[in-house]
Design a protein around this ligand. Sequence first.
Ligand code: ZN
Length: 246
Amino acid sequence: MNSQLELLIKVQAIDTRIQQSEAVQAKYNQEIAELDQALQKEETAYTAEKEALQTMEKEHRRLERALEEALSRRDKAQDKLFSVKTNKEYTAALHEIEGIKESIKKQEDGILEVMEQSDTLKKTLKKTEEILKKIRGEYGRKKKQLDDELTCYLEEVEEQKVLRTSLADAVNPQALLDYTKLREAKNGLAVVAAQYERCMGCNMKIPPQTYNLVITSTEIIHCPSCRRMLYIEPEPENVTQSPAGN
Ligand SMILES: [Zn+2]
């Protein structure tokens, strides 16, 4: 095979790998973004639940204070009952006590309700906390795994890039320019195999005389249909035949 072509096949394999590495990085970024999103969602829920609980606890304290205040007002009103002088004053004092009692009942009911809601919120918060802990753990593990994999992969790609430079340096400039233009125009495939007298790039039949040139010529031969550079791929060996010695 033309030595330039051999070099270009290697260069193309590396170029394909470099191109794939961009897709791998994009996939990695997407996976991390998805993890981030899941984590953020749970963190937002946790913050909202925590705030709701704080509000509830604040309301609880407010109701407790109101209750205390109502109880003290009731005691004072009850004391007043003993010092009233007229029936009218007595009725008024009783009326006041009734009002205060209603208020006390309201505070007490409110406190019970708030305590129930707080309990529910605490349970929800605990669950969210557990989920959050799990997601954080998974996030850390997964991110580390992805980081390690990507780092390893990118190191390999960097090595390939160095190799590519030395290979490309050995290709004659015109052939390299042709290759570059073809790769851009032909979806990343500039050098393709000719198999069974067909171009493996465009799948078109190669005329016999051209095909013979691909086999024999020391020049680079292009596919008449797609202009890609052609090389002969050794045809697969007959695999049904038993290996010698068996
Ligand atoms: Zn072709």
